[in-house]
Design a protein. Structure first.
Lengths: 251, 157
């Protein structure tokens, strides 16, 4: 029992995670750069234009991946919050802290790219339909996570309050996802579904798939970088960080 | 699992379940307000409030778009399959506005009933197709129609 979980406890400690993640970073960075580079050139240059929208549909290669990650990132943050609440794991609190501004940036990009696409397609930048409004609520939830943490001077209390907010906010994620099916909205229903073939020509869909995978890798990379910065900031007075700063450690 | 952690796990589950039920009930109670637009059949049935700005969404009926000569005035009919509503609008329509495609018009109901719209938005569907494929589908349909016409012509010479 004890031996089986040793690797987990080592990885779960801030210095253990800092060392292990240092080895993952170059791989993630190369994979993200390759996937995003290939996906962008393929999607923006080689994919055929849409019959009705022309070239403006190409915003899908940014809009859909950042929207996916804005939603998935919230679950990452909420799961870290739950782990922190139950096991009082310091690293989970750091991951939760690192995920909030990243998720806010992705949500903002999703809203912004949607607005830029909406003007030529729908005829308006903004409409208060269920999908767009619930996405705006998600942005406020992410920003609220950042603000709530800044509002506490006690780190323990801040971590617990943020975890509760993250857990309550998970209700919004299925609402965002299903909003276009449950209510009449201006936003179109999902093109990519788990249960059916995508309602998109394969020549357009393949680069989108590359972009989605690329953004997942990119998200993992940035989340780890943010978490490492958070680890160093919180543990700056500990011996191992001092050793690291003085160059007394191999990594 | 350690009893203290088990208790905390129950608290976490409790938070998620209770907030889901609460927000679920609130959105269920507000479900009519969650809709961006009314359907033409709701307008025809008279269940739509009068003298307030409303949005009506549906498919633009084919061959219903009439443009006024010498102005930007345009009128068209929206349908949801069960009812139709006439819409008058003065202004520039979005690029994707087309007959047989979905649109959302916002404005005030006038007697008729007709919607005096001050904004018309085009709704795009979830399908994405390259132009060549659309052309191929069109020529395919035309060829099949021609074949069927030929078959009919030869059976009754």
């Amino acid at each position: 029992m004890a031996r089986k979980w040793q690797w987990f406890h080592r990885l779960g400690s801030p210095p253990g995670f800092y060392r292990a993640s240092g080895y993952w970073l170059p791989w993630l960075a190369v994979a993200a750069a390759l996937l995003l580079g290939v996906g962008l050139v393929w999607g923006l240059v080689y994919a055929p234009p849409d019959a009705r929208q022309g070239n403006s549909f190409r915003i899908i290669y940014i809009h859909v991946p950042v929207s996916f990650l804005a939603l998935a990132g919230y679950y990452v943050m909420a799961a870290a919050g739950a782990v922190h609440l139950i096991w009082r794991m310091k690293l989970a609190d750091m991951v939760m802290t690192a995920a909030a501004p990243l998720g806010a940036a992705l949500t903002f990009l999703a809203l912004w790219s949607g607005a830029v696409w909406g003007k030529p397609t729908w005829g308006t930048y903004w409409v208060w339909d269920a999908r767009i409004t619930s996405m705006l609520v998600l942005l406020f939830l992410y920003l609220g996570m950042v603000a709530l943490r800044l509002g506490f001077s006690n780190r323990e209390a801040a971590g617990r309050a943020c975890a509760v907010l993250a857990l309550v906010g998970t209700v919004n994620i299925p609402i965002i996802y299903k909003s276009v099916d449950w209510w009449y909205s201006l936003h179109q229903p999902a093109t990519i579904r788990l249960t059916a073939a995508p309602s998109m020509h394969p020549d357009m869909f393949k680069p989108l798939l590359v972009m989605i995978v690329g953004f997942y890798v990119f998200y993992a990379l940035v989340l780890i970088l943010n978490t490492r910065a958070e680890i160093l900031a919180r543990e700056r007075r500990t011996g191992w960080v001092r050793d690291l700063a003085a160059g007394r450690n191999q990594r | 699992m350690h009893p203290v952690r088990k208790r905390r796990l129950l608290v976490v589950v409790f938070i998620v379940v209770v907030s889901s039920i609460g927000i679920g009930l609130a959105t269920y109670a507000l479900r009519q307000n969650m809709n961006l637009f009314y359907t033409p059949s709701q307008v025809v049935a008279g269940t739509v409030p009068e003298d307030v700005r409303i949005r009506v969404g549906g498919m633009v009926v084919r061959d219903s778009v009439m443009r006024a000569a010498g102005s930007l005035g345009v009128s068209f009919r929206l349908t949801d399959g069960n009812g139709e509503l006439l819409v008058h609008y003065t202004g520039i329509l979005p690029d994707l506005f087309a007959e047989g495609q979905a649109a959302v018009a916002a404005g005030y109901l006038r007697s008729g009933p007709a919607l005096e719209a001050d904004q018309v938005l085009a709704k795009h569907d979830e399908n994405y197709t390259p132009p060549e494929v659309v052309d191929a589908m069109k020529t395919g349909h035309a060829a099949r129609a021609a074949r069927e016409a030929d078959a009919q012509g030869s059976s009754t010479p």
